[in-house]
Design a protein around this ligand. Structure first.
Ligand code: VTB
Ligand code: MG
Ligand code: MG
Length: 334
């Protein structure tokens, strides 16, 4: 134990009311078990559909009055978990953000890091991000506030991060999605001396990796889905990391639609802080579908059990819980 840790011993257990994160685990577990049947079968839509259906059904058991804020799309384009849909069996008014299968391609191709994700906040606390791209930058906890800035060059950010971490830029690893649009970012980061880890998909897990000791990821940068940005922001809030975002609009129509979703005077070029994306107390929960850096995937340890691995986080208490669950296939057979 370090001197800093012992200052806080004995730890007084703070019971901060009901942890809804535990209920959410059953929701992400259900989605993961359902989509895992499609792992490696090359059909990402079927995998996604199975996750959505199972997640929607599992929400019926959660004691909230939930409204989907980040979901599967607009009401007319998504049959379930569409934006504005009410879920839950009654309780406090909450905002819900979901990605029933984050990394549909990863699941379909049986590649690492497919996860099922849910986050919860008080009503009005999640950014109503449309399904466009978001520029993102994230680093882990324990660093000076503002150590990286979405408006600075990647070279400046890496230099500032290295200084804060008392290391060399060549000791840092930047993680980004492998996309043509990131060619310049990647070239500049390598030019500055950093290592670059490229991912085919799944930037929610990649942003979270910046906060996990031992993940080897020091900074996440680049653009990915805006809904995924809000989900990652919820997790970063719970893990005390830093993150900024910026919605990337491709045309006027997207700006108009977003203004109608968020607010009429929204400045489309505005940098978004962590709390612009996820404010107030938040819960985050994910279950692994395929084994990755964050979580092990779905496993079949014996003929009558399915094993899931989930993580539940809560901003209010800062708890990060990992849960391994054995699901009995036929509870009435014994
Ligand atoms: C992004 C990323 C996601 O899909 O949305 C990506 O945030 C799609 O990016 O994590 P492209 O349009 O560039 O292919 C994921 O990787 C998986 O949903
Ligand atoms: Mg999705
Ligand atoms: Mg996704």
């Amino acid at each position: 134990m370090t001197a800093k840790q012992t200052q806080h011993v004995p730890h007084e257990y703070r019971v901060t009311g009901r942890n809804l994160g535990l209920d959410l685990a059953r929701v992400t577990e259900a989605a993961a078990i359902a989509s895992a049947r499609w792992t490696g079968r090359g059909d990402k839509n079927a995998a996604d559909g199975a996750a959505v259906e199972a997640m929607r059904k599992a929400f019926d058991t959660v004691a909230i009055n939930g409204t989907v804020t980040i979901g599967e799309g607009e009401m007319d384009e998504a049959p379930m978990l569409y934006i504005g849909e009410k879920v839950g069996c009654g309780g406090p008014e909450m905002d819900i953000a979901v990605d029933p299968l984050e990394g549909t391609n990863l699941c379909a191709r049986s590649l690492p890091n497919a996860i099922t994700v849910v986050a919860l906040a008080q009503k009005g606390c999640f950014l109503h991000a449309p399904d466009i791209y978001m520029q993102k930058i994230a680093v882990g906890p324990g660093l000076p506030e503002g150590v990286v800035d979405i408006d600075a060059s990647i070279g400046q950010n890496l230099a500032s991060l290295a200084q804060a971490k008392k290391c060399d830029v060549s000791d840092l690893t930047l993680c980004a999605l492998e996309r043509e649009r990131h060619n310049e970012l990647v070239a500049k980061a390598r030019e500055a001396g950093a290592r670059v880890r490229l991912l085919s998909d799944g930037d929610v897990a990649a942003v979270i990796a910046t906060c996990l000791p031992g993940s080897g990821v020091d900074i996440y940068a680049g653009s990915g889905g805006a809904p995924e940005g809000v989900l990652a922001a919820a997790a970063i809030r719970c893990m005390n990391g830093q993150m900024q975002g910026r919605l990337l609009f491709e045309n006027e129509e997207q700006i108009t639609r977003t203004r109608s979703m968020i607010r009429p005077d929204l400045d489309p070029t505005q940098a978004l802080s962590l709390t612009d994306m996820a404010a107030g107390p938040v819960f985050f929960c994910a279950t692994g579908v395929t084994t990755g850096d964050l979580l092990r995937g779905i496993e079949y340890p014996s003929s009558n059990y399915i094993r899931t691995h989930s993580v539940m986080m809560r901003s209010e208490s800062g708890t990060i819980r990992y849960m391994e669950t054995y699901h009995l296939l036929d509870p009435h057979a014994a």
